[in-house]
Design a protein around this ligand. Structure first.
Ligand code: PGA
Length: 252
């Protein structure tokens, strides 16, 4: 695995047929981009078909969510062992899960524990909303999200964190590089003081209106190890282009 990551979160977009087409359209070019781990998070129903399609390529797959129980009466949910059949990553605590599905920090903590116990690599999503930022509470909010989510873990050596300010998601208004660097810099100090070496090394990603015109700027920042891309990951040309730009910026 490379230290740099570009991940595409498709959210609830695309049938299995459409997912196969989208991956076919980006697969070869994406595969050839080196120096960056490329992960796609399609809807869970498409994971099996896509696992066959990306087999033997450098493209990795992940689930957008999972339940913490191993099995049982949880209608509509998927478990770690179901995720593991087709992929090795899982997104946890995305702001849309927190907002629309009332996921709590405690739920996310249990999910993280289940992911780690099952050798699934979690990407923990955190981020403040506009009110938090305007009232100067950004660090307090995101540190609390991290602390609560990781409270049951022994180490965070397998954890990747994606900083996604809620006000930047899907708005076309990405956070400025100054805001991101300030936030990630303070978050890094916090992680290091809490978790030592593992905290100093945990990859920190940025997400929120990432596109072809800002991927290079983000790639040039030493604070940003990866990008979590929503809307632009649904366009094969845009996603390949921004991944290429990010990889180029990281290697220069
Ligand atoms: P966006 O979404 O790139 O469409 O802003 C990012 C995300 O929700 O992960």
């Amino acid at each position: 695995m490379s230290n740099s990551i570009v991940a595409g979160n498709w959210k609830m977009n695309g049938t299995i047929t459409e997912s196969l087409r989208l991956v076919s359209d980006m697969k070869d070019e994406l595969h050839r981009i080196q120096g960056v781990t490329k992960i796609l998070f399609p809807p869970a129903v498409a994971l099996g078909s896509l696992a066959n399609l990306v087999y033997a390529s450098s493209i990795e797959l992940g689930a957008q969510n999972m339940h913490y129980q191993p099995s049982g009466a949880f209608t509509g949910e998927i478990s770690a062992s179901m995720v593991k059949e087709n992929c090795s990553w899982v997104l946890l605590g995305h702001s849309e899960r927190r907002l629309f599905f009332h996921e709590t920090d405690d739920d996310i903590s249990q999910k993280l524990l289940a992911a780690v116990a099952n050798n699934i690599k979690p990407i923990l999503c955190i981020g403040e909303n506009l009110g938090d930022r305007e009232s100067g509470k950004t660090q307090q909010v995101i540190q609390e999200q991290v602390s609560k989510a990781t409270s049951a873990l022994q180490t965070i050596s397998n954890l990747t964190i994606a900083y996604e300010p809620v006000w930047a998601i899907g708005t076309g208004k990405a956070a400025t590089i100054d805001i991101i660097e300030e936030t990630l810099g303070t978050l890094r100090s916090f992680l290091t003081s809490e978790w030592g070496d593992a905290g100093a090394k945990a990859p920190l990603m940025y997400g929120g209106s990432v596109n072809e015109s800002n991927a290079t700027i983000f790639g040039e920042s030493e604070y940003i190890a990866g990008l979590l891309v929503g809307g632009a990951s649904l366009d094969a040309t845009a996603f390949v282009s921004l991944t290429r730009q990010f990889a180029a910026a990281k290697s220069s």
